[in-house]
Design a protein around this ligand. Structure first.
Ligand code: NAD
Ligand code: MG
Length: 296
């Protein structure tokens, strides 16, 4: 007798390496990737878990941030996304997908390496949505270099400003608006625990993301605000095709237990869980999704 189930084999759900060798200038665009990543457009089904919430997602135009934005909207949240002006095409697709399910979408482009912009971003999001209940610090810059001697000061500075300063500035501006039951989520990385030698400065920033989560969770405990992080492994997103050389892209994800890269869609439910009321005992935690490697 055939057993009725929706079970699927995670090994063969998605494209496997070798990927076509490809590279794009920063910040890369979704539709120029081959294959185009899966953000859950055809699969994510909501059930009102985030009804009426107001979420701000940095880097919400593409990759993991786009998957979170789609899931949040389908769970009943209004969503504001931040991204760079060069990514308008990606941002408009996310706005379209949010509005398609009857939620409000707000696009707020701008460069988060500026403290003044980070403050404006939060003010604008609060004004447009009427408040802020979920903050996802997800934007990041990554550039790989063979050794420490190859990392130019400007690249190091951009990595630090985008990945360390910006989440600090944005969170500092956002906390006064957040009430008990709100959630702050930071996208860290497997690199915080098990760094690749070519990602030295990026791995440093992702380790600071982990400590931001753990220390801030203690501070905000009394206010009833949860702070958690996500530590993805190799996920097929624009960040990768502008950071790594085409040879590395060809084998992207091959060394994981599944033998393939992850897709943004495979992380969306974690971002939902970390904002949903049902996850109320998790704060100061890091949730892994790395296909078998890493620590958390
Ligand atoms: P992505 O390229 O889709 O997202 C990164 C986003 O950062 C960009 O879309 C861009 O909008 C934003 N950004 C970069 N610099 C900015 C700036 N100066 N101002 C405003 N926005 C800026 O790639 P992704 O992989 O989905 O990245 C999302 C998060 O996931 C990042 O924090 C990244 O470190 C983390 N992560 C990714 C992987 C992976 O393998 N893709 C693995 C671990 C962690
Ligand atoms: Mg992008």
């Amino acid at each position: 007798m055939r057993h009725d189930t929706n079970m699927e084999n995670p090994r063969d759900k998605y494209p496997r390496p070798p990927f076509r060798k490809q590279q794009q200038p920063f910040p890369a665009l979704t539709n120029r990737m081959v294959p185009i990543p899966d953000h859950g457009e055809d699969t994510y089904v909501g059930s009102g878990r985030l009804h009426g919430r107001r979420a701000l997602i940095t880097g919400g135009d593409s990759g993991i941030g786009r998957a979170a934005a789609i899931a949040y909207a389908r769970e009943g949240a209004d969503v504001a996304i931040n991204y760079l002006p060069e990514e308008e095409e990606d941002a408009q697709e996310v706005v379209r997908l949010i509005e398609l399910v009857g939620r409000r979408a707000f696009s707020i482009p701008g460069d988060i390496t500026s403290e003044a912009f980070c403050q404006q971003l939060v003010q604008k999001a609060v004004k447009k949505m009427g408040g802020l209940d979920i903050l996802v610090n997800n934007a990041a810059f990554q550039k790989s270099y063979p050794t420490i001697l190859d990392i130019p000061a400007e690249s190091f500075d951009r990595t630090m400003k985008t990945n360390v300063y910006a989440p600090f500035w944005i969170t500092k501006a956002a906390v006064p608006y957040m009430e008990a039951g709100s959630a702050i989520i930071v996208t860290a990385s497997v690199q915080a625990y098990d760094p690749e030698e070519v990602l030295l400065d990026y791995a440093q920033t992702k380790a600071t993301n982990v400590i931001l989560v753990k220390a801030l969770a203690k501070q905000l405990g009394k206010k009833g605000i949860r702070v958690n992080g996500v530590a993805p492994g190799p996920i097929w997103t624009p960040l990768q095709v502008c950071s790594k050389d085409p040879e590395m892209i060809a084998n992207f994800g091959a060394s994981t237990a599944w033998g393939r890269a992850g897709q943004p869609a495979e992380l969306a439910s974690i971002y939902v869980q970390l904002a949903d009321n049902s996850g109320s005992y998790s704060t100061g935690q890091i949730f892994g999704a790395s296909g078998g490697g890493g620590h958390p």
